[in-house]
Design a protein around this ligand. Structure first.
Ligand code: 8X3
Length: 253
């Protein structure tokens, strides 16, 4: 059987790294993207040694459309047939009210969570359509289901990920391609440290009293969707820790 290729953005930590580990453990070849080359190199050596799989690292800033386009063009021929695109790169900076936050930070959040996801889709999906094979897995969020305090811009970007996923599924309906929106609730990764602008203490407090999900937990669901039989399209999955009920309601002991 032909080895499949998964392309993961934001693969150097958190959910992206979890996905890299999971797909590698199942024998997939990986194209790993993030900005920090050293982290990707370390992951590549580790995953290749542990799984006998092949890893191609493609460092670029997903927000930079030219870098993204150039990077994709440099892919060697045998790496171009991407089977699964995991649009994972995403972030939030700050927990400010909508009328008080920093517009420059919000540019970064919007550019990464929406525009970069769209650019990657635009770059990778035409090849999938041509080959008649492919799956786009977007990492959305429970935050896309309803706005919550201090999260309005982030929630808006994840609502956009839902709309972009649904729209893409509509646009691809006459093809065998599949589109999945994975919507995690509380996941303990560096994501929360960035949300609190580097305040590790605040991030730790956020999870105190509840067992959050891990990047690996989300990766299991991403892989479940990717490995479902070809006639099954898992359109959306909302997953959260036990003791979390909505984006705002959780029970912390
Ligand atoms: C982030 C998950 O629960 O902080 O996507 O909104 S949550």
């Amino acid at each position: 059987m032909e080895t499949k290729i998964v392309f993961i953005t934001g693969a150097s930590s958190g959910i992206g790294e979890g996905c890299a580990r999971k797909f590698a453990s199942q024998g997939w070849n990986l194209i790993l993207n993030a900005r920090t080359v050293s982290k990707l190199e370390k992951l590549k050596s580790e995953l290749e040694a542990a799984n006998g799989t092949r890893v191609y690292i493609l460092p670029f800033d997903v927000r930079d459309r030219k870098q993204a386009t150039d990077a994709l063009e440099t892919l060697p021929e045998d790496w171009k047939s991407i089977d699964v695109l995991v649009n994972n790169a995403g972030l939030v900076i700050g927990v400010d009210k909508e009328f008080e936050g920093n517009l420059d930070e919000w540019d970064i959040v919007i550019d990464t969570n929406i525009k970069a996801l769209l650019a990657m889709t635009r770059l990778v999906v035409p090849g999938m359509v041509e080959r008649g094979r492919g799956h786009i897995i977007n990492i959305g969020s429970i935050a896309g289901d309803a706005a919550y305090p201090g999260g309005s811009v982030y929630c808006a970007t994840k609502a956009a990920v839902k709309a972009l996923s649904d729209g893409l599924r509509i646009d691809l309906v006459d093809t065998p391609l599949r589109v999945t929106n994975i919507k995690p609730g509380m996941v303990e990764t560096n994501f929360t440290v960035v949300r609190y602008r580097g305040d590790k203490q605040a991030a730790d407090n956020f999870y105190r009293g509840i067992r959050p999900l891990t990047g690996d937990d989300i990766a299991e669901t991403v892989y479940f969707a990717a490995s479902a039989p070809a006639h099954i399209q898992i359109a959306e999955v909302l997953l959260m820790p036990t003791y979390q009920a909505t984006g705002t309601i959780s029970y912390k002991k």
